[in-house]
Write a protein that binds this ligand. Structure first.
Ligand SMILES: Nc1ncnc2c1ncn2[C@@H]1O[C@H](COP(=O)(O)OP(=O)(O)OP(=O)(O)O)[C@@H](O)[C@H]1O
Ligand SMILES: Nc1ncnc2c1ncn2[C@@H]1O[C@H](COP(=O)(O)OP(=O)(O)OP(=O)(O)O)[C@@H](O)[C@H]1O
Ligand SMILES: [Mg+2]
Ligand SMILES: [Mg+2]
Lengths: 263, 263
């Protein structure tokens, strides 16, 4: 059975979407069947993976909107331009569901787990859940559905390290509430700029605070090609396949596959 | 009377907190009386402006929690290390108020306006509202209380420009709902890296899409000193007063004062 990995950090702009989409592409190129679920109503992962202008007929909205799933699982998934990678897209309207989901909590927090987990683990080797920059309803749904949590931190941002500590505390809370599968996969250091001292300071802080098996050996370099690829709505692997950014994601995919309990 | 400026962009990590705190400090140095209100339950502005470890006795939480304000206005304000700058701090627990605020909407969206607006405009020349990376309850409260909206965009991020367009649409919606004072102040281009082509591309896109009076002439350069200052919990003006980053905020403060209708 496949694994479900939630990409989480409540700090904004650390690279959750960049890591989700580029890692998915790299895993697809390594021969995996990958599903990306976009839980952020900003819909950035959806925009990166779906052809421009394609309005998805069904989306994550249907997964969360009502007591019964009104469409079949397959109708919600969209193939992407990337080999082996499918997407459960999101739409901005999903944000409007939050009030009712809160009223129906805690049952509503298990809705994604009930509708996604078994099917995703059967049909995909790896499922990546991209999350919004908070610790709200949709992040809780993701943590109840997932096996692992991957926490990107921005090498220059002290506040993103705080987001990591919050995520670790939240994982323990969700385990207490019943998802015994959930554990920290690894933290990932993103936007490493070798020229600056702050990247080294934060990397050293993280190495001191976390065990080696809690930190990906691979780190992702700061590279403006990531921003250009985002503007072109492509992954860096498609936009600049020979770049250091692309190589880093190939390395990350290999490292991930070596530690995930794939069947 | 003073002006109330909401700093808004639903895209994460564009520099809302960095701009709020550094602009506040620069305005204080220019002789203004400045109030910073932290509406983000991540509490990053609070951490930047309050001495480390100071647990505020009262906070933005009290402003939003009940029908009647239970403390006096002055009890909630905290002086900061920066001349002329006071802060209404936030605490993480405020996030837990969101469900009840949603239930009490739309009345609850006016709570901040009723409790903050008149007092702030009398006692401060400029009030800056730092917001979370979404378009949720607290952002709506901020827009109902404010006169102006300052939207930072990240020079390399196409998604942050989308956040700007969403903010402009939201301003028009809030005006329709009754806050006739509200208008776009200017957008601010942050993290400009002169070495990269994407900064120029996005700056050119913005110049084509917005009138000159909608874009600050001052832009803020990419500078790792901002990250180091954040780690030291200081503004760049305190951390590296002679840097290009500090100069940019002095310029920004001057430009802002020339366009705000100060009494
Ligand atoms: N390694 C990198 N080098 C350079 N730029 C990067 C890198 N990783 C991400 N970025 C850029 O940083 C910005 C933020 O990244 P991204 O949108 O993936 O973060 P996020 O955590 O998903 O944000 P949000 O909190 O809004 O969901 C984007 O403009 C992206 O292109
Ligand atoms: N001009 C700049 N040059 C370099 N780094 C910057 C600049 N402006 C902001 N930063 C850094 O970018 C990161 C994001 O900035 P900041 O936290 O202010 O954004 P934000 O919009 O408030 O984020 P959030 O959406 O999480 O509230 C921080 O690490 C900050 O130090
Ligand atoms: Mg994202
Ligand atoms: Mg912030």
């Amino acid at each position: 059975a496949g694994s479900i990995v939630a990409v989480v950090n409540n700090k904004g702009g650390v690279g959750k979407t960049t890591v989700t989409c580029n890692l998915a592409h790299a895993l697809g190129l390594a021969g995996c069947r990958v599903l990306v679920v976009d839980l952020d109503s900003q819909c950035n992962s959806t925009q990166m993976l779906l052809p421009p202008g394609l309005e998805p007929q069904h989306s994550f909205y249907e997964f969360m909107a009502s007591d019964e799933l009104t469409v079949s699982w397959h109708e919600c998934l969209v193939p992407t331009a990337y080999e082996g990678v499918s997407c459960l897209p999101n739409v901005p309207e999903t944000a409007g569901l939050e009030p009712q989901l809160i009223l129906q909590a805690p049952a509503s927090f298990l809705r994604l787990r009930h509708r996604l987990r078994d099917q995703a683990r059967q049909q995909f080797d790896v499922t990546l859940l991209d999350n919004p920059p908070n610790i709200g309803t949709f992040v809780l749904c993701a943590l109840h559905a997932a096996d692992f949590v991957l926490v990107p931190v921005k090498a220059g941002s002290a506040f993103s390290v705080e987001g990591l500590l919050k995520a670790v505390r939240l994982i323990n809370e969700i385990r207490r509430q019943g998802n015994l599968d959930l554990r920290l996969l690894r933290l990932l250091i993103n936007q490493v700029d070798r020229r600056t001292s702050i990247s080294k300071t934060i990397a050293a802080q993280l190495a001191a605070a976390f065990r080696p098996d809690q930190v990906f050996a691979t780190s992702i370099p700061m590279n403006t090609l990531f921003e250009q690829a985002e503007m072109a709505r492509q992954t860096i692997l498609a936009f600049a396949p020979q770049s250091s950014g692309s190589r880093a994601f190939h390395d990350l995919a290999r490292e991930l596959l070596a530690i995930l309990p794939l069947s």
